[in-house]
Design a protein. Structure first.
Lengths: 488, 469
């Protein structure tokens, strides 16, 4: 089999599988061969799951023969290292979880398995999903398939790079402040963060529980949409999951943008530090959307400036509590030579966590401490309410909000690691969607200096179908479909 | 020494395990004391990465019933919070509890003549248990963790500092247990760890208003220990203050072995729990219709029932204290009276025989038994045996009496033969009697009934007196 099988979309691959032109095993083999050729350069994967892919591909081929193929039958999938898969080492990119093999599978992953997906492996990410470049992985940095000297974005950089390089047809990521959309933009693929509560978080190793959502990466809006619809819906194991039907994300999403009002927030359009090339690509995208029949309107999200500050209080506060369980007693790394239990905790956590994780645990612990709670955590929650209101007001004037996903294209490896604040600014256009719990997508919209630029579409709560409709209409009108990177 | 006396001020924090089949946030069964360690655990209560808590509706219901029975207000919105601290018995590094929006507030419980205000009743999860090889954590050479208890639901019932003595504090705890059992919210067995009472104690000069510095007592495993621990702690505080010292705000443990309290940890270095809203559980909006349904379904509460038992049957306080403290006994009392037995005699049998043995007959059988004794068909002694046998076999007292020929003997001729033998066998008692110690006749009556259990004690006494005089 040739590499061509790694360039397919779900729809085309499914047709070939059902026709019997190819088998699920062929599809896996093609991907594995491409991975063997390219991943030593890209380093998107942390580990591979041959037992799973063999078993799942066999199962897929059996179902196809029996005419019972489910919607993702035989489709190669990559899974971010924060999503638990039973029996597969899952480490959240951290040393502290080295060797941890969960006895359960995350609901979102289990649903894609049910739908027939074939898991190829576990993808790299920033440690505990904290970062915007995948350089905070405790294993190694992942490289951008379009330019190996640059970052793929993060924290779901491994998943984005795998899909961009044709090393998986679809991938799962998680998005707490932009960790799906920003790497999707930097790698030139489609990445979607659903409404908070759309997808069960059960089995997702939590970073910030009130912000985390699982979502798909794909090379087309259709593929992202079908994948999302299959992993959505109520889960009795997650009290924050919604009982809304997963399939509603597909409602009317092929209807085009004619007559829709698309809001451009001036705070996003003129965001500090936006590169001219990115702005030019967005201007071109707005032109195309207008040509396709959308009305472009000005809107305002006046509290945008405070969003970043509020995010960097709320997310670390929750993470400081979520990461308390990593004490080296029950699983993962353990510093057994310690003199007593307190020393064991301290040594395990000192050695097991990287610098960025320790920084955020300390920030969060401080923000929740007695005497500081009101000034930091409580104030940040108030800002969060104001940001939600900003979006509510904006959605009175428009159906969806469009902007750049990231103010910059992929940056050189190492260029921001010494300056955490500059790294935090990568999320300035995306984290508002997390604070407000809204659905957002990044779709490729051309390039700047040969590097991909992403167009972000954010919709109202539960408005995934609106977001997908705009993204699909843009994809169709622009004829800019995600490309498979020629890794050189 | 002081001229004015001290006033004792006590507030109670009581943790109660609601009656549920599964834990607070996962499907694990609630084990029994003594189950093998770590056999009732799953990824959720073990705190593995990526798992999420889902609240147990039965625990919420038990908490709401308790709150309603205590006359609490149920706010429209309630939520769970995280209490953060690291300890080996706490797998997640935080306990899910309720901080500023508890499930209920502002209730009351009447104990004796006093109205005790209830500040709040909220839900939380229990921690695991540490087992140390060696006596105490810091001296142990090895420690083991058992997480069977981790995630077991607990209701925390917090009173205002309205109690004024060890007696009142114990009575409060007993009354709370009665209430919880009556409404079916909990078994509330202190010995089984289903109920834990932690008194907060301070003393102040009689007549002053300002509260003294308090200490909190832990490790109390019975009502008796509660009473003794408070008595001890009050005396300790008096001694400290009267010798010019100051009370340190701290948690003190009760040592059952040494019968004293000892310092566990000082609140001066109190841990900062960094409470914040639990993001994994959405705030609860309690359905008002559900709450009203629960309120309507509450049984008659112990205080109300006690008032009614006094009013309807004229029972004395000593009987009420026993019968009114247990729904099963009160049901038995009212059932037996309804079946036609006289109230006071039924009460005597329940207080004297049923309550101490814990062997509870059906109301019909108790009524029948009381009437058999009352009309002289059997003796009280025989009645005891018949009662036991009836409870064990389930047969009616009348059947048992017929089978054993237990009919009471009141015939003077028959009794005279036995009485004569008894007089012969007890020369010393006979001499004492004749020398004026008339109460010795009871010894002789006992000897008659030991030889002939069905003897009518009253008639036997009369026959003995005739023979002796």
């Amino acid at each position: 089999m040739t590499d061509d099988l790694t360039l397919l979309t779900i729809k085309d691959a499914s047709r070939l599988l059902r026709l019997g032109s190819i088998s699920a095993a062929d599809l896996v083999t093609a991907h594995v061969q491409r991975i063997e050729r390219l991943d030593p350069k890209v380093k998107a994967y942390l580990r591979f799951t041959p037992e799973l892919w063999e078993k799942q591909a066999d199962e897929a081929d059996r179902k196809i023969r029996q005419g019972e193929a489910p919607p993702l039958c035989g489709i190669p999938l990559a899974v971010k290292d924060v999503l638990c898969v039973r029996g597969v080492e899952t480490t959240a990119g951290s040393q502290i979880l080295k060797g941890f093999k969960p006895p359960y599978t995350a609901t979102a992953v289990a649903r894609l398995f049910e739908a027939g997906a074939v898991m190829l492996g576990v993808t790299n990410c920033d440690e505990f999903a904290m970062g915007s470049s995948t350089e905070n992985s405790s294993y190694f940095p992942t490289r951008n398939p379009w330019d190996l000297d640059r970052v793929p974005g993060g924290s779901s950089g491994g998943s984005a790079a795998a899909v961009a390089a044709g090393m998986a047809m679809i991938a799962l990521g998680t998005d707490t402040g932009g960790s799906i959309r920003q790497p999707a933009a930097l790698c030139g693929v489609v990445g979607m963060k659903p409404t908070y509560g759309r997808v069960s978080r059960y089995g997702l190793i939590a970073f910030a529980s009130s912000l985390d959502q699982i979502g798909p990466f794909a090379r087309s809006v259709d593929d992202a949409a079908i994948t999302l619809s299959l992993m959505s819906g109520l889960d009795p194991l997650d009290a924050t999951s919604s009982d809304r039907a997963g399939m509603e994300v597909l409602n009317n999403f092929g209807a085009g943008v004619k007559g829709m009002r698309l809001g451009v927030p001036r705070e996003y359009y003129d965001v500090k530090g936006i590169e001219p090339g990115v702005k030019a690509a967005i201007d071109a995208a707005l032109f195309i959307l207008r040509q396709a029949g959308a009305e472009i309107v000005d809107v305002s999200l006046p509290h945008t400036d405070y969003g970043l500050a509020a995010y960097y209080i709320i997310a670390p506060a929750e993470c400081s509590s979520n990461l308390a369980r990593f004490d080296g007693v029950r699983y993962g790394m353990s510093e057994v030579d310690a003199a007593n239990i307190t020393e064991q905790y301290l040594e395990t956590r000192r050695k097991g966590f990287g610098a960025e994780v320790r920084r955020r645990v300390m920030l969060g612990t401080y923000a929740l401490s007695s005497g500081y709670y009101d000034a930091y955590y409580l104030k940040a929650q108030k800002v969060r309410t104001l940001i939600k209101r900003d979006f509510d007001e904006a959605f009175k004037k428009c159906d969806a909000i469009v902007s750049a996903t990231s103010p910059t294209v992929a940056f050189p490896i190492g260029s921001k690691t010494q300056d955490p604040l500059s790294m935090y600014l990568c999320d300035v256009l995306t984290l508002g969607g997390n604070l407000a719990g809204l659905p957002g997508i990044s779709v490729p919209c051309g390039t700047s200096d040969g590097l991909p630029v992403g167009l972000q579409v954010v919709g109202p709560q539960w408005g995934e179908n609106v977001v997908l409709r705009v993204a699909r209409a843009y994809e169709e009108a622009s004829e800019v479909q995600a490309q498979v990177a020629d890794v050189v | 020494m002081s001229s004015r006396s001290w006033e004792v001020v006590i507030g109670m924090e009581v943790h109660v395990q609601p009656r549920t089949r599964s834990k607070m946030f996962c499907g694990c069964a609630i084990g029994e004391l003594g189950d093998a360690p770590n056999t009732h655990v799953c990824e959720v209560c073990l705190g593995l990465p990526g798992v999420l808590p889902v609240p147990n509706k039965a625990a919420v219901e038990a908490c709401l019933k308790t709150a309603l029975a205590l006359g609490c207000e149920i706010p429209r919105h309630t939520k769970f919070d995280r209490k953060n601290y690291m300890y080996p018995d706490l797998p997640k590094g935080y306990q899910i509890s309720q901080y500023d929006l508890p499930m209920s507030i502002n209730g009351r419980l009447d104990v004796g003549g006093r109205r005790v205000r209830i500040r709040r009743v909220h839900l939380e999860e229990d921690t695991g248990k540490l087992i140390h090889a060696g006596d105490k954590l810091h001296k142990a050479w090895e420690s083991y963790v058992d997480l069977n208890r981790a995630g077991v639901p607990l209701m925390e019932i917090v009173s205002e500092p309205d109690l004024r003595s060890a007696d009142e504090a114990r009575d409060y705890a007993v009354e709370l247990r009665t209430l919880l059992r009556t409404i079916g919210a909990s078994e509330a067995e202190m010995e089984k760890g289903q109920m834990r009472a932690e008194p907060n104690i301070s003393i102040r000069r009689e007549g002053t208003q300002e509260l003294g510095v308090k200490t909190e007592l832990k490790n109390i495993n019975s009502f008796r220990a509660l009473h003794r621990a408070i008595l001890y702690e009050v005396e300790r505080q008096k001694e400290v203050l009267e010798s010019g010292g100051a009370i340190v705000q701290e948690t003190r443990g009760w040592s059952e072995a040494e019968q004293r309290t000892f310092s566990q940890r000082s609140k001066e270095f109190a841990e900062d729990y960094r409470y914040f809203p639990e993001p994994d559980i959405p705030p609860l909006e309690l359905d008002r219709v559900w709450i009203e349904d629960l309120r309507r379904a509450l049984p008659e509460l112990p205080g109300t029932r006690r008032g009614r038992l006094v009013a309807e049957h004229g029972l004395p306080q000593s009987d009420i204290a026993v019968i009114g403290a247990d729904r099963e006994l009160a049901d038995l009392f009212e059932g037996a009276v309804a079946a036609g037995a006289p109230a006071k005699q039924v009460a005597n049998w329940i207080v004297g025989e049923v309550a101490p043995t814990g062997k509870v007959p059906s109301p019909q059988n108790l009524a029948e038994l009381v009437n058999l004794v009352k009309d002289g068909s059997i003796t009280r002694e025989q009645g005891r045996e018949v009662l036991m046998e009836s409870v064990e076999s389930g047969r009616t007292p009348a059947e048992i009496v017929a089978e054993h020929g237990h009919r009471q003997v009141s015939d003077e001729g028959e009794l005279r033969i036995i009485a004569a033998a008894v007089i012969d066998a007890n020369p010393k008692a006979v001499a004492d009697y004749r020398n004026g110690k008339k109460q010795v006749i009871n010894v002789l009556i006992r000897d008659v009934t030991s030889r002939m259990p069905q003897a009518n004690r009253q008639v036997a006494g009369e026959v003995l007196a005739k023979l002796l005089d």
